[in-house]
Design a protein around this ligand. Structure first.
Ligand code: FES
Length: 235
């Protein structure tokens, strides 16, 4: 059986002085094998201490964002075939490592919460759902699909340098998703909160976010849309 070689970042702060890379040989057990299958093989057959997040295995839950041969992506939908060997797997960049490939996402989700990612409406709650026209619903395409895996935000150099104040591509994509929602009445307050030289304007159009997004979304465009909305309301 053919095998592949993976070099995986290992770090257990409870026992290691510093991180190191560990090499594993994994058999290619099936056609269309994904990187997550290889990690599962290692965990279940070679080294049960290897630590990583995963849940759905289908590119839906956003748990297994990682850096694969220098590019952020989801292990569960990244085919082994075509990856240069040895496959180098590291945690998402610029994040505090909890253990091996598991990073601390607290700050990432705090930034998401900052954009108030929920409906704010002034109209009384209807008996059933709040309706949209098909055109209004279509406006949300390209932003509601975000699974908050963090691949975009952690690929952004502006966020690496100013992540304490720049909200980053994922949170800003979500901010724009609520600005575009026809049922939401808080656009003014949402724009007020974003009008800040760091929170929004630290995006320098590097576009790594767009390249990294496993759902092929375009956070750079969302950020530009917000900037345009802010410019328009000044006129
Ligand atoms: Fe859910 Fe990969 S395991 S997105």
């Amino acid at each position: 059986m053919n095998t592949i070689t993976l070099n995986i970042y290992r770090y257990n702060p409870e026992q290691d002085d510093r991180p190191y890379m560990q090499s594993f040989e994994v058999p290619i057990e099936k056609q269309g094998m994904k990187l997550l299958d290889a990690l599962n093989y290692i965990k279940w057959n070679l080294d049960g201490s290897l630590t990583y997040r995963r849940s759905c295995g289908e590119g839906v839950c956003g748990s297994d964002g990682m850096n694969i041969n220098g590019v952020n992506g989801l292990g569960c939908i990244t085919p082994i075939e075509g990856l240069k060997q040895p496959i180098v797997v590291r945690p998402l960049p610029s994040m505090q490592v909890v253990r091996d490939l598991v990073v601390d996402t607290t700050h990432f989700f705090d930034q998401y919460k900052q954009v108030k990612p929920w409906l704010q409406s002034n109209t009384p709650r209807p008996e059933h759902e709040r309706l949209q026209t098909p055109a209004e619903r279509t406006e949300l395409d390209g932003s509601y699909e975000c699974i908050l895996c963090g691949c975009c935000t952690t690929s952004c150099p502006s966020w690496w340098w100013n992540g304490d104040r720049f909200l980053g591509p994922a949170a800003l994509l979500q901010a724009n998703r609520w600005l575009k929602d026809s049922r939401d009445d808080a656009a003014g307050e949402r724009l007020d909160a974003l009008e800040d030289s760091f929170k929004l304007y630290r995006c320098h159009q590097i576009m790594n976010c767009m390249e990294a997004c496993p759902k092929e979304l375009n956070p750079t465009k969302a950020i530009n849309d917000i900037k345009r909305s802010l410019a328009k309301r000044k006129i």
